[in-house]
Design a protein around this ligand. Structure first.
Ligand SMILES: [Zn+2]
Length: 80
């Protein structure tokens, strides 16, 4: 398989288009669940306000990390 290439392609596409939704790790995207109540939470890394499912907000609390920061952290870790 070529997961590494896929990841590189994803990062390249996202770099070109910040709205690109990618192909992995978005199964839990609350915007796709339709009827999940959302709540605004500030990402603990970038500080931006994100709408996340209530359950995720309660679970993560002040340690919530948004999808973007999580992806970048994974990307950085994979290069280390
Ligand atoms: Zn963030």
């Amino acid at each position: 398989m070529s997961q590494k290439k896929d990841r590189e392609r994803f990062l390249a596409l996202r770099h070109q288009n910040p709205d690109y939704k990618g192909f992995r790790g978005y199964e839990n995207d609350p915007s796709k669940t339709g009827n999940t109540p959302l709540v605004a939470v500030n990402c603990s890394v970038c500080g931006k306000k994100r709408n996340v499912a209530v359950g995720i907000a309660e679970e993560k609390g002040d340690n919530y990390v948004c999808i973007t920061c999580e992806a970048e952290r994974e990307s950085a870790a994979s290069k280390a």
